[in-house]
Write a protein of this length. Structure first.
Length: 435
């Protein structure tokens, strides 16, 4: 079987993340859906009276970014407009442009979330600024830097400029910075203030990415567990939470100065770029595809299981056909929330020698080419091998599937090598992803 080009495994549960699959459906960017993917969480002023960030702090943080970047945006021909919606409980933030008005919309609900620290909130304001000033790569056909680039800009440029004159050394001492993060920051910078800003930026990224993880129901994240996946092409929408943390962290440790200008056309300018020889602090490959001349990281290939018939395999009572994967015991599930986590369980334990499965999702509105065969579907949307004869996986449709439609899902039992089938593909279950 051909390897699925971009899938994440966590224990025995496979998580399919937005950073890893280009989407042909509705886009999820700060210019359309917000800093986080769409969510219904609402944190009102009255419900969150003891929030870490008060209205005064909310405004102070926005003022800091405004003072630094209003003249920069003016020089670029724009008028910075920051909409301060403190009373709005929406847990999100947006960037937009209307004529010469370069707009940032900040909501009080985001500031009131207990996961968001003041530094984390500053990072979000910087991220929205980054859509306007972050340079390439851009969302194709738009004025806006893409999501990963806005994240990278926040730590590489914006936070360094906003915090340049603060007592960063003393502030960093209060943040519980992990020793490994301290070492990496010390490797990148020679003076105490720059090291402390690096540490603050990394911890601000952890605050933001933890909230992303919560909202998306994703696995735990940590500085020590970078996302290992390599995208086949630059991904423009919201990366997964671990990938975003990696981006913030790499932006923090990049040694290129905040004063170095960025380019709207060339993503290698003003950054740590593998294309020009950078070995650390570059944009993570879980969302960015390096381009142009110069050394480029070599992706670690994913497993390449190739099920083939096993003549000695005795037939099971079902004629060698696996049982279909089920969601909450059902073979058909209807999903209207793109951020819903849809879990599937499978069981192929009745097949002698079964040690795992290959599972796959069909193309939207297209049945599998060879029902109950042993050959993976050439038009599949998702496919990957999992260990364990009795386990499960989940999908977040808005992040892993290419658009609305009906998808078939099936499994085939594999032996312990993950390369040989010990049965046939199951009948399909159905996931109906509709508005």
């Amino acid at each position: 079987m051909k390897p699925f080009k971009s899938i994440a495994f966590v224990g025995v549960l496979a998580g399919l993340f937005v950073a890893l699959l280009p989407s042909a459906g509705a886009s999820e960017t700060c210019t359309e859906s917000g800093f986080f993917p769409p969510n219904k969480l609402n944190l009102s002023v009255h419900a969150m009276r003891d929030a870490n960030i008060t209205e005064a702090v909310f405004n102070q943080i926005i003022d800091k970014v405004d003072r630094v970047y209003r003249p920069v945006i003016a020089q670029a021909g724009g008028n910075l407009v920051i909409d301060r919606s403190w009373n709005d409980g929406t847990v999100n933030a947006y960037a937009d442009r209307q004529g010469k008005n370069w707009i940032i919309k900040m909501f009080g609900g985001l500031a009131r979330h207990p996961t968001i620290t003041p530094d984390g909130f500053t990072l979000v304001v910087c991220h929205e600024t980054g859509h306007h000033l972050g340079g390439a790569p851009k969302i194709p056909g738009t004025w806006a830097s893409n999501e990963g680039e806005a994240d990278y800009f926040a730590n590489l440029k914006c936070l360094r400029n906003v915090w340049a004159n603060e007592n960063n050394v003393e502030i960093a001492k209060t943040l519980g910075v992990p020793a490994a993060v301290q070492r990496n920051c010390e490797m990148s910078f020679g003076d105490a203030n720059a090291i402390a800003i690096c540490e603050r930026g990394a911890m601000a990224g952890l605050s933001s990415a933890k909230l992303m993880r919560e909202l998306g129901g994703e696995p735990p994240i940590d500085f020590s567990t970078p996302d290992p996946h390599v995208v086949p092409g630059t991904y423009n929408e919201h990366p997964a939470a671990q990938c975003r943390l990696d981006t913030y962290y790499n932006g923090s440790i990049c040694q290129v100065a905040a004063s170095e200008p960025l380019s709207d056309a060339d993503p290698r300018v003003g950054v740590c770029a593998t294309e020009t020889g950078a070995t650390r602090g570059y944009r993570p490959l879980c969302w960015y595809k390096p381009n142009g001349p110069g050394p480029q990281p070599t992706p670690t290939p994913l497993p390449t299981p190739t099920p083939t018939p096993t003549p000695t395999t005795p037939p099971n009572p079902g004629g060698g056909i696996a049982r279909p994967p089920l969601s909450a015991g059902q073979s058909t599930v209807v999903v209207t929330n793109p951020n819903a986590r849809v879990e599937f369980a499978y069981d192929v334990s009745e097949f002698p020698g079964a040690a795992g499965v290959w599972f796959e999702f069909s193309a939207p509105n297209r049945p599998f080419v060879e029902p109950n065969g042993i050959t993976p579907d050439p038009y599949r949307t998702i496919g990957a091998a999992l260990r364990g004869p009795r386990s499960g996986f989940y999908v977040i449709p808005g992040r892993a599937l290419p658009g609305w439609g009906t998808y078939q899902i099936r499994v085939i039992p594999l032996d312990s090598t993950g390369k040989r089938a010990v049965g046939r593909f199951s009948n399909p279950s159905m996931l109906i992803f509709q508005r």
